[in-house]
Design a protein. Structure first.
Length: 166
């Protein structure tokens, strides 16, 4: 197999993790923005986005390692991160329901119907993304994801096209 074909297969296999990579990046920057907006308030709640920022480094490192070693990745740290994000978002929804804790947790948001509902909507979207990513991790682990099927079809087509040249 030519080096170019090997590289194409490596990229194709790594693309299975694209949803996970972009979701982690989205959560990383959402938590970073939340932390930055919390700086003027100097609330103890600042610890939550800070912990989530450092926790996001674990799946980032795991996914980078998977690029160099595409075989044998378990995505354990990535699963833990998405479960943690799911739990934190659920906890934040419970805090957002009460106006006093909402103003402490999200001091940069207006404490009115639009601010609370908007925040809860964003948190529910985050929970949905976390659940989708956990489902994707399970599918990847079982090789039932669409990316793996595309990878196998691509690999077969490369073998078939290689035999025509002989």
């Amino acid at each position: 197999m030519v080096a170019r074909e090997k590289m194409a297969l490596k990229h194709m296999k790594y693309n299975r993790y694209i949803l996970l990579r972009y979701t982690i990046a989205g959560f990383f920057f959402a938590n970073l923005n939340w932390f930055i907006f919390m700086l003027p308030s100097r609330s103890i709640v600042m610890v939550i986005p800070l912990i989530m920022l450092f926790l996001a480094l674990l799946p980032i490192q795991e996914l980078l390692k998977l690029y160099s070693q595409p075989e044998g990745g378990t995505l354990k740290k990535t699963s833990i991160y998405f479960v943690a994000q799911l739990v934190v978002n659920g906890f934040l929804i419970s805090l957002a329901i009460h106006s006093l804790t909402f103003s402490i947790t999200f001091p940069f948001m207006n404490v009115n119907l639009y601010g609370v509902l908007g925040t809860i909507t964003v948190l529910i979207v985050g929970m949905t993304l976390s659940l989708l990513c956990l489902k994707k991790i399970k599918a990847i682990h079982l090789n039932h994801d669409r990316g793996y099927k595309l990878f196998l079809n691509f690999k077969k087509s490369m073998k078939a096209s290689g035999s025509y040249g002989k």
